[in-house]
Ligand binder design. Structure first.
Ligand SMILES: NC(=O)c1ccc[n+]([C@@H]2O[C@H](COP(=O)([O-])OP(=O)(O)OC[C@H]3O[C@@H](n4cnc5c(N)ncnc54)[C@H](OP(=O)(O)O)[C@@H]3O)[C@@H](O)[C@H]2O)c1
Length: 200
């Protein structure tokens, strides 16, 4: 199975590469490094990546930024950037990849628990994560050729909380995220939100 990992050089992506790379043929895609580079905020860049990769069996995305900040402090550009990057970036990975993925293949995207468990400062992130989950539910009922689409919802990684100087006790180590992604790729899930905390 040939699997494209978007965000392969990131905190979550590196763990995915370790876990999936042992068993599958991976195309590791980053933004500034990796086997291939893509800018998911650009449809043209995404299409160019798919042209280079050719046919594939699964795409796993662990990329996409969204702005964090107080509701009255988030600017128009903060919202626009969040929608363009994490939301439409991942939506366009699916839209542009539909014609290149092999029959029975799959797409696995990433949202986050802030979709349903907001915290102060998460308005744009929660908006984007909820939008992605809605997209996945709707796309799943329209998938041709036995294709599947799912989304993994991680909590904060302890590594991320530590880097932000926040309380680490509410997070999980990033290595524990992998099981949900592997389940989405190898299982029979369709249109599901796989909450990492339930796949430990
Ligand atoms: N970490 C957490 O606690 C956590 C929790 C819940 C959800 N998430 C979500 O999980 C995803 C990955 O998080 P992470 O912590 O692993 O992030 P990260 O360490 O910052 O890694 C981001 C990855 O995405 C790539 N990337 C950045 N901008 C891109 C662009 N415009 N086009 C294509 N690739 C791009 C980066 O490539 P370069 O290295 O080349 O820049 C890197 O490989 C994000 O959507 C995040 O919101 C993370």
């Amino acid at each position: 199975m040939k699997i494209i990992v978007i965000g392969a050089t990131g905190l979550i992506g590196k763990e995915l590469v370790k876990a999936l790379g042992a068993r599958y043929d991976l195309v590791e895609v980053g933004h500034s490094s990796g086997d291939l580079r893509v800018d998911i905020t650009s449809k043209q860049s995404i299409e160019e990546m798919y042209r280079k990769v050719g046919a594939f069996d699964a795409l796993v995305s662990a990329a996409g930024g969204a702005a964090f900040g107080p509701l009255d402090g988030l600017s128009d550009e903060d919202f626009a950037r969040s929608l363009r990057d994490k939301l439409m970036g991942q939506v366009n990975l699916v839209r542009a990849g539909l014609s290149a993925v092999n029959d029975g293949g799959s797409f696995t995207l990433t949202s986050g628990v802030l979709a349903r468990e907001p915290i102060p400062g998460s308005a744009a992130v929660s908006l984007v994560n909820s939008g992605l989950e809605g997209f996945v539910r709707a796309a799943a009922i329209q998938m041709p050729r036995n294709l599947r689409i799912n989304i993994v919802s991680p909590p904060f990684a302890t590594e991320t909380l530590k880097a932000l100087g926040m309380d680490e006790s509410t997070g999980l180590p990033v290595r524990s995220f992998v099981k949900a992604y592997v389940e989405a790729v190898e299982g029979k899930h369709q249109g599901e939100i796989l909450d990492v905390r339930k796949w430990q």
